[in-house]
Design a protein around this ligand. Sequence first.
Ligand code: SF4
Length: 400
Amino acid sequence: MSHEQTSLAFRENTVRALGDSALRAAMKQAADTFGTKRADAFAPVADLEALRDRASAIREVVLANLPMYVDRFVAAATRAGAVVHRASDAATAREIVRKILADRGARRIVKGKSMVSEEVDLNSRLEAAGMEVVETDLGEYIIQMEGETPSHIIVPAIHKDRRQVGRLFADRLGVPYSDDPQVLTKIARKALREKFLSADAGISGANFAAADTGSLVLLTNEGNGRMVTTVPPLHVAILSIEKMLPSLADLPAFLRLLPRSATGQTITSYVSVITGPRKAGDATGAKELHIVLLDNGRTEILDGKSRDILKCIRCGACMNVCPVYRTVRGHAYGWTYPGPMGMILTTLLTGMGKSHPLVDASTLCGACVGVCPVRTLRPGSSRTRRRRRRGPIICPARKY
Ligand code: SF4
């Protein structure tokens, strides 16, 4: 799985994708399905605009006071029995996780979906240290087997159809070919169960972190997230600092918005709130919990003109409506985060010098602005980034 950044080749990647009519059809169908489901899920929500305003305001309060909320979270999570680590950059995060696992002799690691772990290229580092890392989200499991990276932040294998998955499973797992999604899911579940039960550690991300209670909140659909965080004796969670919410009491607004925006569900199948490791009398839970908080340039973004991008709750809705993303798929963007939010975040986190062609990845239609549940994206922001591109090509610093 290569994580080498190829954003500078965005135009070449785009031309290649445009030549693949099967891919374009698959992407359009998937994105249309999500768009329809999203519209249906929001139809009965009468107070949608007020809800978006409230969620946006909460995220703004977080960004205005981020160091304070991070400190509060660290104190509360520590009181609850977790060990919290702060990582200033990707290399530090990788090393912290490797050391936690190596110190405990962990060899087999099961992993839930985490875009932050993709951002820091965690798997490669752990595999280089001799560990077996098994992705357990079905989409991630498929692309790991294929040696690819995610092409969508919510649906990592959105670019693959069921026939491709059927051929992949037959080839790699030695099972009879089937393109029936239920059969394929059953095959993956059986293969993964043995991994869950024999894993030394689980690694997860988190959708939110409640600063007042030190809790991690995970929204998942497949049950793998709960297995990863409760079956192995050791749980390592890795998340970026802006995932803070002031209080667990703020969560309901996001529970109403995130699943509807992401997958068109009124609620995800599982909502896990993890506060510290397993305590005496608890029926489930990891015996040891480590939380790695990643900065990796976010504090710098916080001081700049594009700080609103840190309000993003990673729902993926902006990708599903973006005519560019729908045509070229996520891999064309050449780094972890694709689509409208990825275009902004990539140029900020990796610098214009490594990513400036992405500022052209917009038709300026504004569809992303209309669907963003927390008003992260604003009209005219793409135009502004194009104007700012002129300087950074000469000086590839982050402050753009
Ligand atoms: S920018 Fe908005 S629509 Fe796009 S992923 Fe983030 S929260 Fe969702």
